[in-house]
Design a protein around this ligand. Sequence first.
Ligand SMILES: [Zn+2]
Length: 399
Amino acid sequence: MGTDMGVAALGLYRPVWEEDGRRLIGTDEDVTTMAVAAGRAALDGRGSQVTRVVLVTAEPDTVQGLATSVIRLGLEVGAQVPVEFRLGGGPAALEALASAQSGTLVIGVDVADDAMAGATLLTDGGVPVTLAGRADVSLPMRVRRVGSPANDVYADVRVERELGWAPAVRSLAPRPGFFLAGVPAREASRFGASELASSAARGAAAPIGLLAALIANPAAGRLIAVDAGTATAVDVGTGTAEVREDIRPPIPATRRPALTGEQADVAFSMPAHVRAVQARVGLVAARCVCGTVSYPPRVHCLRCGRQSETQPLELSRFGEVYTAVTVWTPVPGLPGPYTLAVVSIDDSPVRVLARVTDGADGCSIGDRGQLVLRRLAIREGVSDYGYSFQPGLAAGGVS
Ligand SMILES: [Zn+2]
């Protein structure tokens, strides 16, 4: 990392559903959709500046077949931008931040426990983040095998503290006042962590959330993340970075639409999948030389009859409900009841049919909102992504 490299922008996203003070992901959300939401908050329309995407999570959607094209289209970064996946929690996210090249978007996603996603765009200038040290314990005391729940060997927080994270934190924090992710607040302050911000979460988004607090504070400081058997420390310098939050007021998780009946066995269609991804996930329409706009794009213009004389037209993510209906009949495999809306897209004649999401009370004609990337279905094991309509606008003013 160059000496002048740093965090230029940071975005945080949390799902709306809340239970016992924790946020839970919606039934149409996963690591991919969460990563795109946080990434868009960080980029705020500057996807063309991104040269690499690094996605860090301990809970991947898939171990093979990461939806890289969906992530690129959702973030509106170039088609050639590599999307790199790393398995890990808080320490892995800090490693990725401290080793990133200019133009890298580092995204950390936690879907378990308290769901959150955080993204940082690193460019020349901004808030510098440099690696300060690493520590390992001899054997991790929490181990999870693929496909199994976590196995906690002692299930004793004192053993884990004294043999696990405490020696690592002591070795990495020579002075009090550091920021600490992965340790409950009460314990963290006993070890000298700043009372301003600490997080018990061990996922990859937690240190990015603390970094947002450090930037807002603004003071230089050390940020440490601990995981099951490792800890990583970075030094955060002073500077300015844009911080944007896509965090809406919570809705009780009891009002989250529930799946009814058996998971529907929806067949996967390769032609439909191939045709759909660019237009549907990229939200790209076609404009004929006569001015007629079609979405999904048509080769043959229905107004003037010309063939293939169209230009791609990127659609706005914002729009207004033209009409909506709530379906109360249970459909196997679909969360219900669900609301469908025809949405008039801003600055275009296009109207799209979309499922309404994150709106426990549905929506009405004239409501404004935005199209957000969601997992619409799982077909024969393959996730199918597209846009749902999210009524209202985030308080943070994220576009
Ligand atoms: Zn035409």
